[in-house]
Write a protein that binds this ligand. Structure first.
Ligand SMILES: [Zn+2]
Length: 281
């Protein structure tokens, strides 16, 4: 009796909607490939895992050096900034440097390439870096703000930072924030801090897109940070099919039609290839 071939094995695996950890032979379900080829409006929702694959320290990993003894409440709240502006601004400039030194990874590039194969693609990200934009994505909603769009803490006017990569010491340092050109107030990072609302317009657009799409990808996110974590649920409730790509299980597993376990930078290019899409930049 012949042994089942690898193809048979993959076909059989594909029948089980939720695939086991994806190794060298990432098995992509046939019905997912059909859904992807037929999709008219795709939403890609990304979280910290996608940035981490570019070597960007996650929020927790960024608490090193000068900030080792601090926690989020000491650095990422409006009160923290009022209390010690130099400590907070120094941390964010160090993080902005790390982002500008990093490059988009194959997941960012595949997402940008996917936009060429579907009628409409919207990226909704919880990440505060600009890697989706640098990979070539144009329609990006930043739910948690951006490290690259600071604004005045007093009057709200946007502040433009020099284009050059900041040169911050590896261990970090305290750094005075710039002052607002308009009112002389202190400039603050353009990110959403704990205790702050998500930017209303971006959140509204994200909800709208999630409810209008037919295929929704949730990638590299734990599905734990609300209200952002509700976006995939909205998509599902409105009738979209939901695909999850994450190295481990998340609370979103139950919402997903397909759950692909693995690194986004590995799984996404393979998914594109399997669908017959060119994913080169
Ligand atoms: Zn101002």
């Amino acid at each position: 009796m012949r042994q089942p071939s690898l193809d048979t094995e993959i076909t059989r695996l594909s029948d089980a909607r939720t695939l086991a950890p994806l190794s060298a032979a990432t098995a992509i379900a046939q019905d997912l490939l059909i859904a992807l080829r037929q999709a008219k409006h795709v939403v890609v929702f990304t979280g910290a895992g996608v940035s981490a694959e570019s070597g960007i320290p996650t929020f927790r990993d960024a608490l090193t050096g000068l900030w080792e003894r601090f926690d989020a409440e000491d650095l990422a709240t409006p009160n923290a900034f009022r209390k010690d502006k130099d400590l907070v601004w120094g941390w964010y400039e160090w993080r902005r440097m790390k982002v500008l030194m990093a490059q988009p990874n194959p997941a960012h590039l595949a997402i940008a390439a996917l936009a060429r194969h579907v009628a409409k693609l919207t990226v909704i990200t919880q990440n505060v870096d600009d890697l989706h934009e640098r990979a070539g994505s144009t329609d990006v909603l930043h739910l948690h703000g951006s490290l690259h769009q600071p604004r005045c803490a007093s009057c709200g006017q946007a502040h433009h930072l020099p284009a050059a990569i900041p040169e911050e010491p590896e261990g970090g340092r305290r750094l005075s924030p710039p002052v607002c050109d308009h009112c002389g107030g202190p400039v603050r990072p353009g990110v959403v801090w704990f205790g702050e609302d998500l930017p209303a317009r971006q959140l509204h657009l994200a909800q709208q897109q999630a409810q209008a799409c037919d295929l929704f990808f949730t990638i590299g996110t734990s599905g734990l940070v609300y209200p952002a974590a509700h976006i995939p649920v909205l998509a599902k409730q409105a009738g979209a099919q939901v695909v999850q790509i994450n190295p481990s299980k998340t609370p979103l597993d139950d919402v997903c039609t397909w759950s692909l376990q693995g690194a986004a930078g590995t799984v996404l290019p393979r998914l594109m290839e399997s669908a017959g899409f060119d994913h080169s930049a």
